[in-house]
Write a new protein. Structure first.
Length: 154
């Protein structure tokens, strides 16, 4: 009797199916890791922009060079900042917009005394806020803007 060694078609199909299931699990976890990485990039960018604003305040004794409003594109970022550190602020703003889709800079009070920066975190749908007081939060959903660092609580 002649015996051949090898795998049957059924065995090969089972192995291919297992590999397919494992690869889909890996790809799903990579997707969430990418979103968390974007969240981290947004938070780092917002903190950098806050640092630039404090440096501007040290130079001019005012946050007035920060324009109030939402920036949705890199072109918006180019129109939102003036002063000694505008180039850095524009570059940081452009990076945040690329990761978050939008950034809000400004305040509901006098721009010369304080500021708030808010950016959407892609993985949670919540906003990360940093204010001139040093307050930060990442729990704001956009309904009241009263969390630490946000528009109504800079």
């Amino acid at each position: 009797m002649k015996t051949t060694r090898g795998f049957t078609l059924i065995e090969l199909l089972v192995v291919i199916a297992i590999i397919g299931v494992l690869s889909s699990v890996v790809l799903a976890s990579l997707s969430s890791a990418r979103q968390r990485a974007r969240d981290s990039a947004v938070k780092a960018g917002v903190r950098q922009l806050a640092s630039v604003m404090h440096i501007e305040y040290n130079d001019s004794n005012s946050f007035a060079n920060l324009q109030s409003g939402w920036d949705y594109t890199a072109a918006d970022c180019n129109n939102s900042f003036a002063g000694n550190h505008a180039v850095n602020a524009r570059a940081i703003c452009t990076s945040i917009v690329a990761n978050a889709g939008a950034i809000y800079t400004g305040n509901n009070q006098s721009l010369s005394n304080n500021f708030s920066i808010m950016a959407l975190l892609p993985s949670t749908g919540r906003y990360y806020c940093v204010g001139s007081s040093g307050g930060t939060s990442d729990t704001e959903t956009g309904s009241t803007w009263s969390s630490a660092g946000c528009y109504a609580n800079p």
